[in-house]
Design a protein. Structure first.
Length: 145
């Protein structure tokens, strides 16, 4: 299990590095006070990433209190945003929820901000951006036969 987590961490770091360009470094895109233009851009084969989000709930508080805070902060209204595909959404006993999303890389900040403004205080969040490797991996397997 530890190897899988290390692999996911390395993949997430690599995905972040690969999407970070010098143009982004010199622009205002990283400023937390700027708001990107609202877009419902759909993920395509050339721009899609997968984002696995661990929503670890605060076990020191009752579920009814956590749900009331989520409602007050607007979580259920804001998440998932239009145009972001929910690939899976599971309850993991003892942890909370694990959600995997498919979205254009350009919308990563938007999704992150939704969690920052509507889920924090209820959940401790972990994010693992990845990309779909299935077709490549299977092609490599077939080629090796």
């Amino acid at each position: 299990m530890g190897r899988k987590i290390r692999l996911l961490t390395v993949l997430a770091a690599l995905a972040g590095i690969l999407t970070f360009t010098p143009q982004v470094l010199t622009s205002n895109a990283l400023a937390q006070t700027t708001t990107p233009p609202a877009t419902n851009e759909a993920p395509t084969a050339d721009n899609a990433i997968l984002l696995t989000v661990f929503l670890k709930h605060d076990q020191s508080r009752p579920l009814s209190e956590l749900n009331a805070q989520l409602d007050k902060q607007g979580f259920h209204k804001a998440f998932p945003p239009p145009g972001v595909e929910v690939v899976s959404w599971n309850i993991v006993m003892g942890i909370g929820q694990v959600v995997t999303l498919r979205l254009p890389a350009s919308r990563l900040r938007e999704v992150n901000r939704i969690f920052e403004t509507t889920a924090w205080g209820v959940y401790h969040t972990e994010f693992y951006p990845t990309y779909d490797y299935k077709a490549i991996g299977l092609a490599e397997h077939d080629k090796a036969k």
